[in-house]
Design a protein around this ligand. Structure first.
Ligand SMILES: [Zn+2]
Length: 107
């Protein structure tokens, strides 16, 4: 059974027997309107997600960490950072040090 892609490649590079070679040649020959689906869309982007200076700062009511641009959660009307809610991208945080961590270029 041949896929839609295989059938397209058969149209654009029928003289090439090798499947991968036919695909490569066909992709070079296909017009943009066959290769790509182009759509104009609307995307909602919050002002807080735009690049640039921090627009909002709040302190986590549990750990005191500064939370920027709406990345906090509300718990009983108080701001809480994601790690404190258990929804951070990391877990098991613990303070660590290493021998050169106090290195300074000005000594
Ligand atoms: Zn916190």
């Amino acid at each position: 059974m041949s896929s839609f892609t295989d059938r397209l490649c058969d149209v654009y590079a029928p003289e090439i027997a090798d499947r991968v070679g036919r695909q490569t040649a066909a992709y070079k020959r296909m017009p943009d309107n066959v290769l790509f689906r182009v759509q104009q869309v609307r995307v909602h982007i919050s002002e807080l997600d735009l690049p640039g200076p921090t627009r909002q700062k709040v302190l986590c009511s549990r750990c005191g960490q500064m939370i920027r641009d709406g990345r906090h959660r509300e718990e009983n009307g108080r701001a809480v950072c994601r790690p404190c809610t258990g929804n951070g991208y990391f877990s098991h945080a613990r303070e660590i040090t290493w021998p050169d961590m106090n290195w300074s270029p000005v000594n």
